[in-house]
Write a protein that binds this ligand. Structure first.
Ligand SMILES: Cc1ncc(C[n+]2csc(CCOP(=O)(O)OP(=O)(O)O)c2C)c(N)n1
Length: 662
């Protein structure tokens, strides 16, 4: 039987379906999401939660003329399915396939790209202001989650909406979850709104009012009353007397003013975000509003898939799974641990010995591994919500009081807190430790999530100590070493599986700014090559060295350990001794470790040629695997060997057999 989903080649087709066909479409979309993501992985739970909302949005509005701005935009899969991309949906998050987030270059229906949380309200308000300025009349609809309200930028935008425009539709998609359970006062506040019988009664009145009206009349009836806002409209059409429940100034009258009304936005809700007819009618009403409005929807993360409903955190962003059970594919026996777990478990061990240590996450307890600390020592653990800036300044505050906070924040998300790193931590030279996970590629996610810039943005700041471990054992050494410093200390390590080396019982205190020479020159061979492989890229350097040695070169391999302070002595020594220097890093070449080496050698008057292996000056797309991107951009043993040989006018045949290094 053909599916309605297959008939929707563009959003206009959603408008042709009957009410029951739309319900069928919702089922088909859920089935598509569950089966495709079982293979590709992705943000299953968030997308299952917005199926009805997305259908209703496309039913009522007209993209690309009207603008949908999605916060984070991890929940746009349904939007992609309805905007002419369903034929490519089975390749989402894979090489050459659809991106997992909204992407302006992918479709005119994606009016704003994202991947980081908290940007949607500001961007949508900017669009609304531009619309007003140019005198056009398109609608701007911002869809943001409850966890977006833990983020400061969202409030900066909310503060500004009523002063800026009269036409703005905000949709608060409240499922009570961030990636983990949402935290903080705003989350409690939203819960209060949801459970308050008075507001529920108002919402129910609105709902029965909507349902009783013949199609089309609702918008008309409410439109000319809308200036008084939803509650005014309800009162005016005589559905109920709000009386003391809602004060004339929009306050809730139960000791908890409606925060949105206080900020000059009309608040409508809470309403069932899975009731498609109700959603359509509500959006039709919102379309006629000439006052900024926020519609508060209650949705279930993972709706329609039991496993996802039971484990919202796991299915927020999942790897491949078994459709029947929801079980993830079993890890291979003997597989190395993930860096994040090593980090989390090490935190527990270090905290047991050092009372000044605390762990701070910005809404990423699982992703960063700090969930281990949360479980073992909850009083030493802080989840501050999606609030990286706050996390860093909060850590700075604790550091002034004698604590030694460890901020575990992904490299890419730490970018948001750059001013706080500069102004609050480094300028005051405070002992805050930063564990930067996902430093390197986040292949399936793509450019919003790759962590390729942290060396560049950190090494220019005074007081910084910045390190990169070559394996999980060295990560533990570096964390241990960081706890002995009285300066801002940063440790970068990649996503996913570590190298599989044993971890010592007792970590080693590393000498700050001292590199590790893994293999020295042997004095055999025609040319001397010094290969500096940063972090886990040291493996690539070692493999390239083995290959070059097999071809008659004399190679040294160095693990730099520190990108700041650089080990000036070791770099200068090998710089002078070698015929060619190679730097290998999982970072943008511009401003990265190789750049730092060039600066240092230039200062020392060393003119030995430097071959730098790293990421070019462009945003790197998503792909199925990290290796595919590394091959494409030349972060490979073959390319390293070829570039070295090219320095001597030698060429490499692609068929060159690679030497395996244990
Ligand atoms: C700046 C930033 N920090 C952290 C994240 C990681 N992250 C992605 S989605 C998400 C939770 C989003 O929750 P919510 O907005 O409520 O949407 P839901 O997934 O519940 O629908 C987080 C913390 C991010 N994308 N951006």
């Amino acid at each position: 039987m053909s599916r309605y989903l297959d008939m929707v080649a563009e959003p206009a087709h959603v408008k042709n379906l009957t009410a029951s066909q739309l319900l069928q479409l919702a089922d088909e979309i859920r089935h598509e999401l569950i089966t495709v993501l079982a293979r590709n992985g992705g943000h299953l739970g968030p997308n299952l939660g917005v199926v009805e909302l997305t259908i209703a949005l496309h039913r009522v509005f007209n993209t690309p003329r009207d603008k949908f701005v999605w916060d984070v935009s991890h929940q746009v899969y349904v939007h992609k399915l309805l905007t002419g991309r369903k034929d490519r949906f089975n390749a989402i998050r894979t090489t050459g396939g659809l991106n997992g987030f909204a992407l302006r270059t992918e479709s005119p229906h994606d009016c704003y790209g994202a991947g980081h949380a908290g940007t949607a309200l500001s961007a949508a308000l900017g669009m609304a202001a531009a619309r007003d300025k140019r005198g056009s009349d398109e609608h701007v609809i911002c869809i943001f989650g409850d966890a977006a309200l833990t983020n400061g930028i969202s409030f900066e935008a909310l503060n500004n909406i009523a002063h800026t425009t009269k036409r703005f539709i905000g949709i608060l998609n409240d499922n009570e979850w961030s990636i983990a359970k949402n935290v903080g006062a705003i989350s409690n506040y939203l819960n209060k709104l949801i459970t308050n019988p008075r507001y529920n009664k108002l919402a129910r009145d609105f709902e029965s009012f909507v349902r009783r009206l013949p199609k089309g009349e609702l918008a008309l009836k409410l439109a000319h009353k809308a200036e008084g806002g939803f509650k005014g409209a309800i009162t005016d059409v005589g559905l109920r007397q709000t009386g003391s429940l809602v004060d004339a100034d929009g306050r809730g009258g139960y000791g908890s003013p409606i925060i949105f009304e206080e900020m000059g936005l009309r608040y409508l809700g809470p309403i069932d975000g899975h009731d498609l007819p109700l959603l359509i009618s509500t959006l039709e009403f919102a379309r006629t509003c000439d006052h900024p409005i926020v519609i508060h929807l209650l949705t279930q993360k993972g709706k329609g898939f039991d496993a996802a409903l039971k484990s919202p955190e796991k299915f927020h962003g999942t790897g491949p799974y078994d459709v029947a059970t929801g079980d993830s594919l079993p890890a291979k026996p003997g597989a190395p641990p993930n860096y994040q777990d090593v980090m989390g478990q090490t935190m527990v061990k270090l905290c047991r010995k050092d009372n000044t240590l605390v762990g701070i996450t910005a809404a990423m307890p699982s992703g960063t591994g700090l969930k281990h600390l949360e479980k073992a020592m909850p009083d030493r653990y802080y989840d501050v919500g999606i609030a990286e800036e706050h996390a860093v300044i909060f850590a700075a505050g604790m550091a002034t009081m004698g604590f030694h906070p460890v901020c575990a924040i992904y490299s890419t998300f730490l970018q948001r807190a750059y001013d706080c790193i500069h102004h609050d931590v480094c300028l005051q030279d405070l002992p805050v430790i930063f564990c930067m996970d996902r430093a390197g590629l986040s292949a399936n996610d793509g450019p919003t999530h790759h962590g390729l810039f942290d060396i560049a943005y950190l090494r220019c700041l005074p007081h910084v100590i910045a390190m990169a471990p070559k394996d999980e054992d060295e990560l533990v050494d570096m964390m241990f070493t960081a706890t002995h410093q009285r300066h801002p200390t940063f440790i970068r390590y990649p996503r996913g599986a570590a190298e599989g080396v044993p971890i010592k019982d007792q970590p080693k205190l590393l000498e700050i700014g001292k590199a590790e020479v893994i293999q020295n020159f042997s004095s055999n061979g025609r040319h001397k090559i010094a290969l500096f492989g940063l972090g886990p890229m040291n493996t690539l350097a070692r493999k390239a060295a083995a290959q070059l040695a097999a071809e008659g070169f004399d190679c040294a391999v160095i693990n730099p350990r520190f990108t700041k302070p650089l080990d000036a002595g070791t770099h200068e020594f090998f710089g002078k001794a070698a015929d060619v220097i190679v730097t290998v890093e999982d970072h943008a070449l511009m401003g990265g470790y190789g750049s730092a080496v060039l600066e240092l050698l230039s200062e020392k008057g060393v003119t030995t040629p430097v071959v730098r292996i790293g990421w070019p000056d462009q945003f790197i797309e998503h792909a199925s695997t990290q290796d595919e991107l590394r091959r494409k951009y030349g972060l490979t043993v073959e390319n390293t060997v070829a570039k070295v040989k090219a320095q001597f006018g030698e060429t490499t045949t692609l068929a060159t057999k690679l030497i395996e290094v244990a």
